[in-house]
Write a protein that binds this ligand. Structure first.
Ligand code: ADP
Ligand code: ASP
Ligand code: MG
Length: 412
């Protein structure tokens, strides 16, 4: 029988009523003749609570135990979903990641899926089971420890199962009815897209649009998974939601497909470092060893052989970066006058495949921000995106102004 993967996010399984509603959706697909793999998230808010408990117990926690704790939210919803389906006379059972097994790397809290052998679940389908409910977000390391895939990781579990089982489609049920031109919570002019290209979705996700975890889009692109985002709160047709697909499948699109933003950014500047070969390698080598994910980098104008080096990073990695650079200075590895940290910054990006062939997008973006009196602190560009770092208090204003200026409320 053809296989379908259906993933339900936290708000879609937030309580028993919602689990029942989701189970009914699953029942509809089973009745159509699909064997269904259901991937569930933890009930909304649960993972945050678990992360909070870990931080309170042990600020510099052992990541293996962090994973043991935070993976547990999904175990509850997987069991409840299987029970609900059984109550509806749908043959179903639950699976935790290790039981499948979902084999991952040992990078605890940010593990990557390496392999999902389909045999165990396929054997059960062959015996008449119609739904395998799998706890998302979790797997097992080569050492036999429980791992998690990073926040939002159930999306990645879903796409990885779709690839491993050759599923006809991977449907991501969430609390919005598709992928929008920007987060509909920030702009009421945001427009739902019927289709979006893998590459655009990949950029939007990695630049902060949390509707899909970045890694899930990467996997879907690599394994050609038909990936759809849709609402679990509305009756759905087969054409509902947003299809993430190859750009060849999209006839018309705007130059800018969407605006993404990320609130949790910080900016650090090393003031007065030597302007000579090898300095960047020392600084960013040290940060990389400390596990800091540096994003944007600028080297400012140099004077008398000295220069300032600015970079951005996630807010929650600031203390780790300060510690690593402080130690580098004390040990004589790097000489600098000061380390300046700004915590209240945000990154706003415009994304679109059309930028490959159309110039002037950057100029227009900078003009829009300047007309709003918003100062740009750092800029980075790639072939299909432009990102700026600005004061966080202007983030919503910037998103809305860019959405207006690029006329994203109108279809191409
Ligand atoms: P789930 O719990 O179902 O995984 P998430 O909260 O992870 O749901 O992702 C859905 C949320 O993503 C939406 O509620 C919305 O606020 C946010 N979001 C951000 N950018 C976009 C976008 N471009 N299109 C749709 N939703 C977006
Ligand atoms: N429950 C996990 C989280 O909140 C994984 C997920 O929902 O995708 O990050
Ligand atoms: Mg999510």
């Amino acid at each position: 029988m053809p296989v379908l993967v259906m993933k339900f996010g936290g708000t879609s399984v937030a309580n028993l009523d919602r689990i029942r509603r989701a189970a009914k959706r699953v029942g509809v697909e089973v009745a159509k003749g699909y064997d269904v793999i259901v991937i569930v998230s933890a009930m909304s808010g649960k993972t945050n609570e678990l992360v909070g408990w870990v931080n309170e117990t042990s600020p510099l926690f052992d990541a293996r135990e962090y994973d043991a704790v935070v993976s547990s939210g999904e175990n509850v919803t997987a069991g409840l979903m299987a029970l609900t389906l059984q109550e509806m006379d749908v043959p179903a059972r639950s699976w935790q990641g290790w039981q499948v097994p979902v084999k991952t790397t040992s990078a605890h809290s940010a593990a990557r899926i390496e392999e999902i052998p389909p045999e165990n679940i396929t054997a059960k389908f062959n015996e008449g089971m119609r739904v395998a409910v799998v706890a998302g977000f979790q797997g097992v390391s080569p050492e036999g420890r429980i791992t998690t895939l990073g926040r939002g990781g159930s999306d990645t579990t879903a796409v990885a199962f779709a690839a491993a089982f050759g599923a006809e489609r991977c449907d991501i049920y969430t609390d919005v009815d598709g992928v929008y031109t920007t987060d509909p919570r920030v702009s009421d002019k945001a427009r739902k897209l019927d289709k979006i290209a893998f590459e655009e979705m990949l950029e939007l996700a990695s630049l902060g649009a949390k509707v899909l975890q970045t890694r899930s889009v990467e996997l879907a692109m690599r394994y050609k998974v038909r990936l759809r985002v849709l609402s679990s709160f509305e009756e759905q047709s087969d054409e509902a939601g947003t299809l993430v697909c190859d750009e060849e499948e999209i006839m018309e699109s705007n130059v800018v497909a969407g605006v993404a933003f990320s609130r949790d950014e910080a900016k650090m500047t090393l003031i007065s470092v030597a302007d000579r070969p090898g300095i960047a390698s020392i600084i960013f080598g040290c940060l990389s060893e400390a596990g800091v994910n540096v994003d944007m980098i600028v080297q400012n104008i140099s004077e008398e052989g000295r220069t300032d080096m600015t970079f951005s990073l996630p807010t929650d990695q600031v203390s780790r970066a300060e510690k690593a650079l402080g130690e580098l200075k004390t040990s004589g590895g790097l000489n600098f006058a000061e380390l300046d940290t700004e915590l209240d910054v945000a990154k706003v990006s415009v994304v679109g495949i059309g930028m490959r062939s159309q110039s002037g997008v950057a100029a227009k973006m900078f003009k829009v921000l300047s007309d709003e009196g918003i100062n740009i602190k750092v800029i980075t560009t790639s072939e299909i995106k432009i990102s700026v770092l600005i004061d966080r208090k202007y983030m919503e204003l910037a998103v809305q102004a860019l959405h207006d200026a690029f006329e994203l409320e109108k279809a191409a």
